[in-house]
Every structure is written in C-alpha cells, then in structure tokens.
Design a protein around this ligand. Structure first.
Ligand code: ADP
Ligand code: GN1
Ligand code: MG
Length: 362
C-alpha cells in the first residue's frame, strides 16, 4: 500500500500473528481494498483491509454502526441454520481497543476475515454461477425481511431515488464544470428522452403500492462470494449500502451487471448485449429463494427494476464523467463514459424485449 506505515496500521487490529504482506485486491469502484497476510507458527492467515471512502461516507461512525448490526444479524442467522459464520458472512476484525474501525487522524480503515476458497466473479462464466448468485441474494433479501429498519441510518440518502438522480444529472449538465457537456450531447439527449422511466419504482413506493424494505442496494455479481468447491452462493458482501430500498432495485442491479454479454466498461458497444436467457436464469434463482416475502406487485415490477437500475447507473456514470470522475474509481480517460455507453445499450435492448421480460415473470 502506497505511503503508509502498514505495520503500524495492521497492528491496530486484533489479527493473529505478525503482518507479512499486503496487496491491492478486487475490483470495487468505491473503497480501497487490500489483502493482508499475517503469519504465526508458519501458518498464514488472510484478512481484507479497506480504506473506507470517506468522501462518499462522511459519517463513518454511522456507516460502521450499520455494518456491525447487519453482520451481527447475519452471523446469528447463519449460526441458527448450522452454518459457518466465518465463511458465510462478513466478520469484522476489531481494533485493539474494541472498535469496528480505525482512524489514523486522516483516513478510516476496517478489517474483515478473508473468506477463503471462494470467488467473487467479474462476469458470468456459466449460467449456474449466476443462478447461485441469485439464490444468495434472494436468501439475503428473505433474511433482511426480519431486520428492524429503524435501527439503520440511511447513510446515502436517496441512493436509488431515480428522480433525485435525474435532478443531479441535470444539475451536472447545467454546471458543466469540466466543459465536457458539448462532447456528450447525444448521451445527454438519450438520458433526457428516457426520463419518464424515473418514477416507475419511486412512485410505486411513495403510493404504498410496494413496500420500502431493508435491502442490499448494490447486488452486482462481484458482491457475492461463490464457494470454489461447491459452486454455491456462500456470502453476500459489500454491506455499505444496506439501507431502506426496494427488492425491485436489488433484483434489477444484478440483472444490469450479470446479463451483459460484455464487461461493464467495454469500450466497444457492439459487443454489449442483454442476455435474455441469463435474465430468466436469475429470475428463477431469485424467486426460488426470496420466499413468501415478495408481494405480487413487486414481482410484476421486477423487470422495471432491471431497466431502472441500468438507466440510473448509466446516468450516474455520465454524471460522474461530467463532474470530472470524482465518484467512481477510473483507470483510463473516458472510463466513465465507456461505462455509461454500455448501460444505455443494455437499456435499449431490455426495452426492445420488455414484453418477454414481463411474460417470464408471469
Ligand atoms: P467496494 O465497495 O469498493 O466494491 P467491496 O467491499 O465490494 O468494495 O470489496 C471489493 C472486493 O474485495 C470484492 O469484490 C471481493 O472480491 C473482495 N472482498 C471483499 N471482502 C472480502 C472478504 N471478506 N473475503 C474475500 N474477498 C473479499
Ligand atoms: C459501485 O462498490 P461497488 O463497486 O460494488 C456503486 C454502485 C454501482 C456500481 C457500478 C456505494 O459499486 O452503486 O452500481 O459501483 N456503489 C456505491 O458498478 O455507489
Ligand atoms: Mg463491491
């Protein structure tokens, strides 16, 4: 890790053995994630160390309050069903003074047990993996149905309020702080043309047609670990955004990411297609696991969740591009723009087969 006193940093946490290595890990867009190795008596233990994105999460105390509650809740549920909580949910490693995170005066860090012999995939290798991820997220939703929402802080207010996202997008176009709006006129026009989508789920929640629940809110494939041996969904990770939300969004975000024939940031949109068969696979897995907690109206709105999450995410990427790439981590010029393009192409293809998407739910 660049420019840090790693030994001192890792030493703040209650790890087993002595620190021996640390390398950047995973492909998350938000936090800085590292795999840490510690050694004791010739045996290696691994941990995940994260520098929390403090710009996004200004109140780390509240964020970590949520994570502690949710990980405790999951731990108890896993134990109740006779599972192994060290592999089937995130386990926080506390600091030596018993806290859930450490602040070095500038940055905030947390540590988790590293879930061994499991993988979080960046794309769907085989339909079965996608099915298993759907079962894992469906189970997680089912589990959270019993979670008391009033205990949680809404750390990112209006996270999936597509109307608010649209207003933010319009403000970014208007301000145009980087002078980039002129080169993305077509994309801006595309978002505006589809703005009638924004209310589809938000309005259904506001009118009480569907419930506001505690949801994960970031259900992409690389936020679930699949067991390397059995291939089964093992643990749902990345709990920063567990907050009030809608099942339709959780379902939709998985579809957005997993039913893309190419990567989220594929520069050549000719390669980007919505894979309908994978949509059906995920739908089967999700409905088999989510249980009775899903209402009929939520089921009917699942396909809209897929369209909405993809539209919203594309709009967020484009907004970030207009604002100078300050939210999502980028690795190249126009990275956010490439990401926005893939999402817009997916929305077009979803809308072209929307009747089939709805029929599959029925
Ligand atoms: P971000 O919020 O930046 O997406 P994540 O919490 O999703 O960060 O972590 C990034 C990646 O690190 C994950 O996609 C996964 O590959 C890996 N990861 C996170 N937590 C664990 C863990 N406890 N065990 C093993 N791998 C993990
Ligand atoms: C971010 O943290 P990560 O990489 O799993 C983002 C999601 C986006 C996603 C797009 C807190 O997810 O909302 O859908 O990127 N998370 C946050 O890939 O904004
Ligand atoms: Mg993640």
């Amino acid at each position: 890790m660049e420019n840090f006193d790693l030994v001192n940093l890792v030493g703040q946490f209650q790890i087993q053995g002595t620190f021996s290595a640390c390398k950047r890990y995973g492909e998350g867009h938000i936090n800085d994630t590292f795999k840490v190795t510690a050694e004791a008596d010739g045996k290696e233990t691994h941990y995940i160390l994260q520098r929390i994105n403090n710009r996004l999460f200004p109140d780390v105390e509240k964020l970590m309050h949520n994570i502690e509650l949710v990980t405790d809740f999951c731990r108890r549920s896993v134990l109740a069903r006779g599972g192994d909580p060290m592999r089937e949910c995130l386990t926080l490693i506390r600091t030596k003074d018993g806290k859930a995170y450490y602040c070095d005066g500038k940055d905030y860090y947390r540590m988790y047990v590293f879930i061994e012999n499991a993988t979080s995939y960046q794309s769907v290798r085989a339909p079965r993996d996608f099915y298993e991820s759907a079962v894992a997220f469906g189970n997680f939703a089912n589990l959270l149905a019993d979670f008391d929402a009033s205990q949680l802080y809404e750390v990112l207010p209006d996270f999936h309020n597509t109307k608010v996202r649209y207003a933010n997008f319009l403000a970014a176009v208007e301000k145009d702080i980087c002078g980039r709006a002129k080169e993305v006129k077509k994309e801006i026009g595309w978002v505006k043309t589809h703005s009638d989508l924004c209310g589809k789920i938000v309005d259904a929640i506001a009118s009480g047609e569907i419930p506001l629940r505690v949801t994960h809110n970031d259900t992409k494939l690389n936020n679930v670990m699949l067991d390397d041996e059995t291939g089964k969904g093992l643990a749902v990770i990345d709990l920063d955004t567990v907050m009030p939300g809608s099942l339709c969004y959780d379902f939709g975000d998985s579809i957005r990411f997993g039913c893309n024939s190419a990567a989220e940031d594929e520069p050549d949109t000719e390669k980007v297609h919505f894979v309908f068969d994978l949509y059906k696979t995920y739908l089967d897995g999700y409905l088999s696991a989510v249980g009775k907690c899903i209402t009929q109206r939520e089921k009917e709105l699942l396909p809209w969740g897929a369209v909405l999450m993809t539209y919203e995410c594309g709009m967020r990427f484009l907004t970030d591009y207009l604002e100078g790439d300050t939210y999502f981590r980028t690795h190249r010029e126009r990275h956010n723009l490439d990401r926005a393009h893939t999402q817009f192409k997916l929305v077009d293809e979803m809308l072209a087969c929307f009747d089939e998407m709805q029929a599959a739910v029925k």
